[in-house]
Design a protein around this ligand. Sequence first.
Ligand code: NDP
Length: 338
Amino acid sequence: MAETSYFYTIKVFEMADQIERIKCLIIGSGPAGYTAAIYAARADLNPVVYTGMEPGGQLTTTTEVDNFPGYPEGVDGPQMMVDLQKQAERFGTQVRIGMVTSVALSKEVGGIHKATIDNAKEVEAETVIIATGATAKYLGLPSEQRLRGGGVSACAVCDGFFYKGQDVAIVGGGDTAAEEATYLANICNKVTMLVRRDEMRASKAMQHRVNKTKNIDLRYNTEVDEVLGDQVVEGLRIVNNQTGAKEEIKISGLFVAIGHKPNTEVFKGQIDMDDTGYIVTQGKSTKTNLPGVFACGDVQDQEYRQAVTAAGTGCMAALDAERYLASVEDTAEVSLEG
Ligand code: NDP
């Protein structure tokens, strides 16, 4: 009996020790999360960033970033994320490796939100900034996975430039694929666009743009059978899914534009999301339907999805969190005075 209660006491002590109260919990470590951290730290919110499974986010899987303002020579994606982390830490942000595995978000103004890290540690937060991003979908072919970073990319705006004057292919028939195909057509010699059905999902206007672009070779009912090449992409074997006919085409870049999946699984059922799982934010703000919970970056934006737009909304989320905390404090003071 004594032994049981001893262990019980230890356990209770450990549990109590593990719960930590913080002002601003930032979930995710891409450009949105780190920018939120820079602003929150400078506003004395003592933010804690949990990095998630992929510290640095999607930019760590890209090579050169040429379109982030302020880097005239471009910057290596992983290096940029290290720089952003350092900048956030310079103002006192705590960056911790860890995955938020569950949350209990409060619906009350001034309520405390709870998050469990790696199924073990519990954190209580006055504000939560969700910056968990989105993950590009891939076809799932082994040859495609092997050549990611060697000519297979899920972002034409990020990587298209490296294929200037060359022949490339793009997979997908949605607005993203259509937009990226016309973007690539401007810089590449030829773009083969592979659409798996006999029609595109993209809006009529986007389809019109694709159709009138001379160097886009649009192939319906066509899928990728295999990506060819050892170290880098050298071609594609494509298959017509109606006739079964296979063909090899020479290309040096394959862009996969078949959609993204927002990383919102852990918040399901607690926060308002749209049909595709993106967190809904209110008007021009980063406010969610829950007081004190804000969302920024790709987790709430399926349209722009750029590092710079993610960083912009990260800044907004920190400002929204700061204002929210100030208004909660004001309300508490007024009710105390009353
Ligand atoms: P979508 O889900 O709209 O389209 C995905 C496309 O990829 C579809 O053509 C789909 O084919 C195809 N696809 C899916 N899986 C596979 C696969 N395994 N093999 C081959 N093809 C596949 O994603 P988007 O990223 O294009 O768009 C997401 C949202 O963002 C949309 O609501 C879109 O309107 C919006 N958007 C708006 C823009 C704008 O207004 N400027 C720009 C970009 C996006 P199928 O149709 O057969 O399912």
